[in-house]
Design a protein. Sequence first.
Length: 325
Amino acid sequence: MTRRRALAAILVALVSALFFTFTYVLNRVAATSGGHWAWTAALRYLITLPLLAAVLPFAGGLGALPRALVRHAGVWLLWSLVGFGVFCACLTYAAASGPSWLVAGSFQVTVIAGMLMSPLIYDDARRRIPLPAFAVGLVVVAGVLLLQLAHADGRLDRAGWIALGCVVVSAFAYPLGNRMILLHLERTGTTLGTLQRVFGMTVMSLPAWLALAVWGWQQAGPPSATQTLSAAGVAVTSGVIATVLFFAATEQVRTDPTALAAVEAMQATELLFATLLGVLFLGEAWPSGAALGGALLIVAGIVGFCLISGRQVPVSGAAGPPPDC
């Protein structure tokens, strides 16, 4: 692989991380404008569904998806509700807890979530927790705690703990739902493309979004124009643009572990982008002191985690995307 090609893939991944970052910023816009969190979560997927449907014909169509959904509806419903429903609802609820960089940074707990769940999910070599990667993951967790405590002046109140708990739950729910669907496809011998799988999970999580929309209507009436536009922005930037760019980047370097690790490490820049966008467009304060130290720990931990993964894990295909809610 040429150096130029690897650098191009890293640049694409960096642009992808920028678009993923709009999730945190736009969710914060909806929260500060008075929009009910249930509407923010529901609209994001209700808008994403037709967008994915429009793109799907250019990515192989439905393929084996309809048959898979009919034959194993229960499995798809359960893990779609976990991977998309619980994940997005919790992350959206937490958006009201503080600046966008706080939620973006705290969500990086997800780097150790998959490792911790591996022994409970797999029955082969994948169940082993790689200790070097886990140690680096603990650095990220330390950064998250430092970030949260610094933002709360050394003491989290009840609302702060609830918000942090919601972010942690979402950080575990996404990889759990994603891995369980992948494992199900593996065990049943079903071959689906990435967009087909994402579209299937979006369809099967539809009951959660309709229920949240009804509840949001009862609690706060119809969504405001600002909230609807924010949700549409998340759907377009994260649900479509960022995901496609990230897949393109990982596809380019799928046979080079070092380059692939560098591409994956670009997700750490979401925290930096969230900070910059929050300061420029939302009037949020820069993290400083201990909060800045926590942010730097998170970035260093994620980069280290990705580099270790790149050295230790043979690459047989493109990596999955980071969360896009």
